[in-house]
Write a protein that binds this ligand. Sequence first.
Ligand code: AMP
Length: 143
Amino acid sequence: MTIGAILRGKGTGVVAVGPEERLDAVARKLSAHRIGAVLVRDEGGAVLGILSERDVVRALADRGEAALALPAAEVMTRDVVTVGLATSVQQAMEIMTDRRFRHLPVMDEGKLVGLVSIGDCVKARIAEAEQEAEALRSFVVAG
Ligand code: AMP
């Protein structure tokens, strides 16, 4: 199964903020959308970074409540690791496990086309495993 197949199921919407967005507004956005990370994009849509709930916690631990006024650009991770539509779910899970993060933006021909989380990948793998088990059961019963 590929990342493209996951996006066909969940859609291509990605929640994003601008680089000047304050951290308290980012936290409200994460909470309102029930997500763990937002992308930081410039006005032209280029991906500048990724900002996850872990970055919010780190900034609060380091700077106290003053962190809430920091702009997203100061707290985000700049070197964003991405995958393509043809990347396998297995590969994506390996990347997230090895690099110790839980979100992967998906690019196609240089354009952002979605974002998958480790939760999306685990869900897809479980569905696939259940389908395989069901196919085997049918095969055994039919035989
Ligand atoms: P997460 O596990 O996704 O909450 O993220 C943990 C840390 O990794 C945070 O500092 C994020 O900014 C960073 N991070 C998350 N996803 C990515 C990614 N795809 N590429 C680079 N850094 C990331």
